[in-house]
Write a protein that binds this ligand. Structure first.
Ligand SMILES: *[C@@H]1O[C@H](CO)[C@@H](O)[C@H](O)[C@H]1NC(C)=O
Ligand SMILES: [Zn+2]
Length: 157
């Protein structure tokens, strides 16, 4: 009986996380499938390569980019995410021209998870192209809750 109760408990804990994207280090909820976007406007000269990745079952564009320190990141986009802003917005060395960036950390464990990209200046052109602020998340540092869902197994009676 105890394992049945345990299973019901695990199901209720995980099922409400369907489609969510979590911090790989601590499991904090960051964002969800409906927030994912294919980011456009990357500086091609800074882009190593790009590919489509099925994140929570939704094909999402991933940009492979390096910072001036030579660290390589696989970055995907979300409209919003629950993150802690670290430091002030920077305009130098931006991967997305026209955006300034702020480092984002996990609210729960402080792991570096990505950057908040904010439209630099509201010009007439920005309105026409409908440029919007977004979050760039590091693929290696997140995990899909749908994957976590597959871990508890139904007891075999
Ligand atoms: C990204 O683009 C692909 C193909 O162009 C599309 O299938 C997918 O749904 C898009 N993903 C998002 C998150 O908008
Ligand atoms: Zn975390």
């Amino acid at each position: 009986m105890w394992f049945l109760l345990l299973f019901i408990h695990l199901s209720s804990v995980y099922s409400r996380h369907v489609g969510e994207i979590l911090c790989r280090q601590c499991g904090a909820t960051l964002t969800r499938q409906s927030e994912l976007i294919n980011v456009t406007g990357v500086d091609k000269s800074l882009l190593a390569y790009e590919y489509d990745f099925p994140l929570t079952g939704k094909m999402t564009k991933v940009h492979v980019l390096s910072n001036p320190e030579g660290n390589k990141f696989h970055v995907f986009g979300a409209k919003t995410a629950h993150l802690h802003f670290h430091g002030t917005p920077q305009s130098t060395a931006t991967w997305y021209p026209g955006y300034k960036w702020t480092v984002c950390l996990c609210k729960q464990c402080n792991k570096h998870l990505g950057w908040y990209f904010e439209v630099e200046k509201r010009t007439a052109l920005d309105t026409i192209t409908d440029k919007k602020n977004f979050v760039g998340l590091v693929l290696e540092n997140v995990i899909s809750a749908d994957y976590v869902d597959t871990l508890p197994k139904t007891p075999d009676f």
